[in-house]
Design a protein around this ligand. Sequence first.
Ligand SMILES: [Zn+2]
Ligand SMILES: [Zn+2]
Length: 346
Amino acid sequence: MKHLTLSTVLTTSDYLPVVSQSKPPPHTYLDNRVTKSQTKHRRTRTRSQRARERLQTKEHLARLAVGINEGELADRINRCHSRLSVLTCGRHIARIIPNFTCEFRLCPDCGRRRSRKLQSKYLPMMRAFMLHHRVTPVHLVLTQTHRAETRKQSIKRIGDSFGKLQRRVFWKEHFKGGTWSLEFTKDKNGLHHTHLHIIGFRRRFFDIELLRGEWLAATGDSHVLNLKPIQDIATGLQEVVKYVSKPPDIRRFGAEDLREFLGLKNMRMFGTFGEFRGFCKGFDAADNEGAAMSELESLARDLVEGCACPQCDEPLFDLRMSGRELPQFYEQAESSPPGKARQVQH
Ligand SMILES: [Zn+2]
Ligand SMILES: [Zn+2]
């Protein structure tokens, strides 16, 4: 007998046929709806729309910073990616080199770069770990109840609960470590909604209801989680690091949110746990070339003006533009017919 609840998007092979008397919790659809809507949102937007949104987010952040007397931060955000050197064939962009990067944690441009760095660092280690230990990756989302508390308290609470979960026998028997990343939003009542996105390396299958029980034991009041198998580890990793690079509700951030965020110095948004943590420390990329495959990354680094575009073979040229012109450039590229390179005048 199989218990499928609304919140589980598992394939049936992910289940052990365990007879369970527990009823599906009444509101487990919540977390699934959240993760699904974000994925959909991301996929339906074009590059130009995303570039425009990044600009708007930065303008918004800079305004907020001015409002709370953080003029220097505002200035850094305004200067970040304000002048670009774009290596392009006219239709595709092979590489963008910015004049300046602000490195502010909430900056969407710097977040994208940080997320790419995390991917190229961890993907080879994940592949090697999976090969070595014969474990399979799953994407686990852990959520907690909403309370009237600060962001800092909310983050600490979910971190503590996850710590408790990891010390439980069930967890140790079924997971061999992985990575975690933090996602924080607010609900419509202004309460913090903090999630942990985990790539867990699973040793063996288990009944999802058992894991819910374990999470309830760790949190004391929340059994709400979502678990889905990861088919392709590169895509799975990309999925979880996006929360590191871009908190989804940033444009609803108010001055107080920014002030509170600036108070969270050294807050970690991504980390490793369990045996994967030790594995990463001892990992030598040079000895694991088979696993270290970030082909597109290394390809893009070697490209210079005159090289063939990796996507269409047309010659690449260097285009200088301001950061504000990038969305329009993407728009022109999106509307030019496939297979035909188009020169952009500046
Ligand atoms: Zn930046
Ligand atoms: Zn091209």
